[in-house]
Design a protein around this ligand. Structure first.
Ligand code: ATP
Length: 267
């Protein structure tokens, strides 16, 4: 499988040189192959969002390199990277424009990477395409093309955000606790949809989650961040056969300390 992402010695230090200096990422080395779906866990403040922010470019890195499809993007602007990397956040309000309709939001997503005009015009041909895509979500959204997104439920919005993030196939998709704000039933719907979109389009993905069961159930790889480093990097059978107990044991062997279940599960 071709390599999609390579991270070399990524370090992130906040408030350098002050009493509040915080060395959050302390040398992360990671390689992702095409189609890898990596779940990321770690206790509060472990640096999960910081890792995604560094990859997306919203944070300049203190040290290290980020290579995406053989291109060094470490110093590239967020806008330039957004053509290749899409992101879904925890808050359903972040991914969509509330005052625009469902089809206008999708039309904007189709223009990712192009210069956007002011009017999010929707061509009849695209409308048909959006309808087909929305129908695959099984949320009856294909009949809500002209509804303002702000009127939809959190789960429906998160489903649309996912569709928008994958409409123009990204090289990498970053999911930052994207189901954490949803009720348990909706969360399962959105997770199933996530898995379907990732596998159908053979996407390469990172998914941060506080839900250990989800981290174990989904994806082909699992990474645990601890004290600014990758404490566990599980793939293949190790990932496939994982249970919460095995995960805790592995962590204990690796870190030499006991993992508090709560430290991972509590947001
Ligand atoms: N822009 C910033 N400036 C200063 N400190 C920051 C910044 N972003 C994050 N931090 C600090 O870096 C540490 C790691 O934060 P981060 O949000 O990456 O953790 P996380 O693993 O995603 O945690 P959580 O599970 O609580 O979301 C925290 O101590 C946080 O306060």
């Amino acid at each position: 499988m071709p390599q999609v992402l390579k991270i070399n010695d990524l370090q992130q230090t906040f408030e350098r040189g002050t009493v509040n200096e915080n060395h959050v990422l302390r040398g992360i080395d990671l390689e992702l192959e095409a189609g890898d779906f990596v779940t990321i866990i770690g206790s509060n403040g472990a640096g999960k969002s910081t890792l995604l922010n560094s990859i997306a470019g919203t944070l300049p890195v203190t040290q290290g390199q980020i290579i995406l499809n053989d291109e060094d993007v470490t110093k590239q602007s967020v806008t330039k990277r957004a053509k290749k990397i899409s992101r879904v956040f925890q808050d359903p309000k972040m991914g969509t424009a509330v005052r625009l309709t469902v089809e206008e939001n999708l039309a904007l997503a189709m223009k990712r990477g192009q210069r956007r005009g002011f009017a999010p015009g929707v061509k009849p041909r695209d409308r048909q395409f959006f309808k087909e895509q929305l129908a695959t979500l099984n949320l009856n959204l294909e009949n809500r093309l002209e509804s303002e997104v702000g009127l939809l439920s959190g789960g429906q919005r998160q489903a649309i955000t996912l569709l928008m993030a994958t409409l123009k196939r990204p090289d990498l998709i970053l999911l930052d606790e994207h189901t954490a704000a949803l009720d348990p039933k909706t969360s399962i719907t959105v997770m199933d949809l996530t898995e379907k979109l990732i596998s159908e389009q053979h996407l390469t993905a990172f998914m941060v989650t506080h839900n250990m069961e989800d981290a174990i159930r989904y994806g082909n790889r699992l990474i645990m961040l601890h004290q600014g480093k990758v404490a566990l990097n599980l793939k293949g059978d190790e990932k496939h056969d994982l249970t919460v107990t095995k995960l805790m044991d592995l962590f204990q062997q690796q870190a030499g300390s006991q993992l508090e279940d709560d430290a991972l599960l509590l947001a």
